[in-house]
Design a protein around this ligand. Structure first.
Ligand code: PRX
Length: 628
């Protein structure tokens, strides 16, 4: 039976509208506070009075809510299952074990004088020590910033220097899809550019890696001597908990800052509402902790709810395309949450990879990260779920901390491809390009009119950028950057980004970042990057490149440029297509007309709309002629 059936959900919605402060304060009661908050939200999206605070007079510690609090009732329950790349070679940690590991880590950090407010960069595989490292930071009040292991040393260095990290926690190597990922070597590379005094290295493969005397410490060498108890810091609700870098439409990735109390309440609440965990559940969110989904629904949300959460360090196609379902059967997974891109990739390989496994333990499926096309949804429902379990399509963003639009299983009727309706307390609207609110069944730009506890609080080191990015497009509203259609039943259908962010396999790639990487290559004069629809990735990166006069756009140059982007950002930003062109379509004032580039990338040969404002309309013909 659903704990939040239609009547309970209706009651929540009604309370959220009639008594918002009471509603939000009630949600906070699910946590342990040193000092329970007496104030809910205090915020204004207007420029003259811009501020966002939640539970401001509350005090808590998030690691206590994830660990200490669970010890009495479920100290011996498995908290984390590490599912390693090689099936069956992982291990499990109980709540007591992860508690002790976290305390050890926390004590190690403290021994380096790391404490409240200090920033710690985490660059690790999906091993339990990654969760322990995050929780250890939370325990001592340090601010963690996890960088996905697939990002390049260059990207890591940029993040380390942006947040002025005082330590890096990494592993010797990672292993994914049978391949070694040289994490420590990457860190060494990054630290040449952005040095830190301390680098903690956890053993994953045990292969030899270079260690720098005085800076690097091998965790396994000091672990035994570290105490398994560590007094938690009493944190204020608005103290920063973590920084997570994400790509926007301009400039370098932004350091999205989440604070302790509000993030914790919203992560714990939404995990409970959406997944309705039962004591015996085995919850598997396939995301990496390098992304917000991994923060909220691999580590913090499940642990605050006393659930058993899987940390998956592999890929969906290793050792073969049955990996997910073999693992589901072996571990008895009851809730499975993944990205549409993985579903599409697996669908293509045929039903047999799925149906040869029983999957009978699954009671709930979920998706996140990008729009799911109805065809992939149907396949997920019919083949993976055997037509018997609900699917929760959860819409949210790094900035929102946790889900905002999602069905609640058992009370929200599903529609394939729709994230359905805003959660209780969330006020979503659609606006036209002038910011006018649109009513009824209509398409528009998705905004939120009121704050929620898990909302990001600032861009690290650049509060103005926070305001300018999200609150100036439509004054007084938070603009998500997404386009959306609302149907006659009030259901929301996210159509994708309407800004210059490209959603590649559910991960954000900023056009400007890729462009700046491309133009840093000595052969390149100019570059413009757009997204185009891709069968598996959802969107892929399409780069229009103008080389310096006299240079020829050969395949070798293409490979060079791809290498450049991999070096500067990481593999996920690598252009799928590079289109050499003698010129880019620009207005007379020199602005690149991306609208035209998007059309060309989509494969259009006409219908470019009004091109009369182009400085040189013949550019369009040249572009079409140069298409691969
Ligand atoms: O475009 C939306 C898409 O992913 C963007 C947020 O990306 P990121 O911050 O990396 O966080 C991803 C994981 C929460 C959104 O602006 N997106 C996310 N979930 C969905 C989605 N698009 C459609 N449906 C979803 N369920």
């Amino acid at each position: 039976m659903a704990r939040y059936g239609p009547a309970e959900v209706e009651a929540l919605r009604q309370q959220a509208e009639s008594d918002p402060d009471g509603f939000w304060l009630d949600l906070a009661k699910r946590l342990d506070w040193y000092r329970p908050p007496t104030k809910a939200g205090d915020w204004s999206y207007n420029e003259d009075d811009f501020h966002i605070e939640w539970y401001a007079d509350g005090q808590l510690n998030l690691s206590v809510n994830c660990l200490d609090r669970q010890l009495d009732a479920r100290g011996d329950k498995v908290a984390l299952i590490f599912e390693a790349d090689e099936p069956g070679t992982g291990r499990s940690l109980t709540y007591r074990e992860i508690y002790e590991e976290t305390c050890r880590f926390a004590n190690l950090l403290k021994s380096y004088d790391i404490g409240r407010g200090d920033r710690v960069m985490i660059y690790m595989p999906m091993i339990p020590e990654a969760a322990a490292a995050m929780l250890a930071c939370a325990r001592i009040g340090a601010v963690h910033s996890v960088c996905f292991g697939g990002f390049s040393p260059e990207s890591l260095a940029g993040r380390i220097s942006d947040c002025d990290a005082c330590a890096v926690i990494t592993a010797d190597e990672g292993v994914r899809g049978g391949k070694i990922i040289p994490l420590k070597l990457n860190v060494d590379e990054a630290l040449k550019e952005s040095p830190v005094p301390t680098c903690i290295v956890v053993t994953r493969t045990g292969n030899d890696v270079p260690m720098t005397e005085g800076r690097d410490v091998l965790y396994s060498a000091v672990r035994e001597a570290l105490s398994t108890e560590c007094e938690p810091e009493v944190m204020n609700a608005e103290d920063p908990l973590f920084i997570l870098y994400t790509s926007g439409s301009t400039g370098k990735p932004k350091g999205v800052v989440h604070t302790t109390g509000g993030y914790a309440v919203w992560a714990a609440t939404t995990f409970d509402w959406i997944f309705q965990p039962q004591a015996s559940d085995i919850f598997w969110c396939t995301a990496d902790v390098g992304w917000i989904t991994g923060h909220t629904y691999v580590v913090y949300g499940p642990l605050m709810n006393g659930a058993t959460s899987i940390m998956f360090d592999g890929v969906p196609n290793y050792p073969d395309f049955g990996r997910f379902w073999e693992t589901v059967d072996r571990l008895g997974v009851t809730i499975f949450y993944t990205a549409p891109t993985a579903i599409r990739a697996l669908e293509r390989e045929g039903d047999d990879w799925v149906t040869r496994y029983s999957r009978e333990s699954i009671r709930l499926l979920g998706t996140v990260g990008e729009p799911i096309n109805p065809d992939a949804w149907e396949w997920y429902w019919r083949v993976v779920g055997g037509g018997r379990v609900p699917i929760v399509d959860t819409w949210w963003q790094t900035e929102t901390g946790a889900a905002l639009i999602s069905p609640l299983p058992g009370s929200t009727p599903m529609k394939p491809g729709s994230a359905t309706q805003p959660l209780p307390g969330i006020h979503a609207i659609l606006v036209d390009e002038h910011g006018k609110e649109l009513e009824g069944a209509v398409s528009g730009n998705l905004c939120l009119t009121t704050s929620w506890p898990g909302q990001m609080r600032t861009v690290w080191g650049d509060h103005k950028r926070f305001f300018d990015t999200y609150f100036t497009t439509y004054r007084g509203r938070y603009f998500t950057g997404d386009g959306c259609r609302r149907d006659e039943d009030g259901y929301y259908w996210i159509t994708g980004r309407v800004d210059d962010v490209i959603n590649v396999s559910g991960h954000r790639v900023g056009s400007a970042e890729v462009e700046s990487s491309l133009v840093s290559h000595p052969l390149v004069a100019e570059a413009a990057v757009v997204g185009y629809p891709h069968d598996i990735k959802g969107s892929a990166v399409y780069a229009f490149v103008t080389l310096n006069a006299g240079e020829e756009g050969t395949d070798a140059v293409r490979q060079e440029l791809i290498k450049e982007v991999r070096h500067d950002i990481g593999g996920l930003a690598a252009p799928e297509k590079i289109h050499f062109t003698p010129a880019l379509p620009k207005t007379r004032s020199g602005k690149i007309m991306r609208r035209i580039l998007r059309k060309i990338a989509e494969g259009a040969t006409d219908g470019f709309g009004d091109t009369s404002t182009l400085a040189d309309p013949s550019v369009v013909d040249a572009l079409l002629a140069g298409r691969q």
